[in-house]
Write a protein of this length. Sequence first.
Length: 149
Amino acid sequence: MVRLMKVDKYEFPEDLYYHEEDHLWVKIIDENKVLIGVDDFGAKEAGEIDFVDLPTVGDEFSKGEVMATIESGKWVGRLRAPVSGKILEVNEKLDDEPSLVNKDPYGEGWLLKMEAYNLEEDLKDLISGKDTNRIKEWIEREKKERLGH
C-alpha cells in the first residue's frame, strides 16, 4: 500500500515525483513510461475544473514545453511537461468529466501517459514523494505565495 503524506488538507503519495511549478505529479509505470496528472494542491486550489485541453497521441514535448491547459471558473493554467517524451495516451474521460481532476487527482483524474526520453535525468528536477521535508517546505511556500497564508 502506498503511503500518503499530508500537508494541511493536501495529500501527496510517496511513490510519485512532483513538479513544483505546475503542480504536476509523475508516476513511473515501467522503465521509461510515466503517468502524469495534477497534484492535490493544484486540483484543490484551481477550483472545479471545467475544461482540460490535452495533447494528441504521438505529440512530442521537451521538458518545460507547454503540453496542456486546464481551466476552472477562476483560473486557466498552462501545464509544462515535467519530463521530455512522446504522448502515448490521454485520459479521454476528462473530455466529458474534467472535474475528475478535482475528485480523484491521483486516480481517475490522471492526464496523460508518456514515453520519457531522458527519465533519469528529468527526475532530478522533480521532488520525490519520499522527500517529506522538501514537500512540506514547498507547500508551505506555495500557501504563502499563492494563497496568502
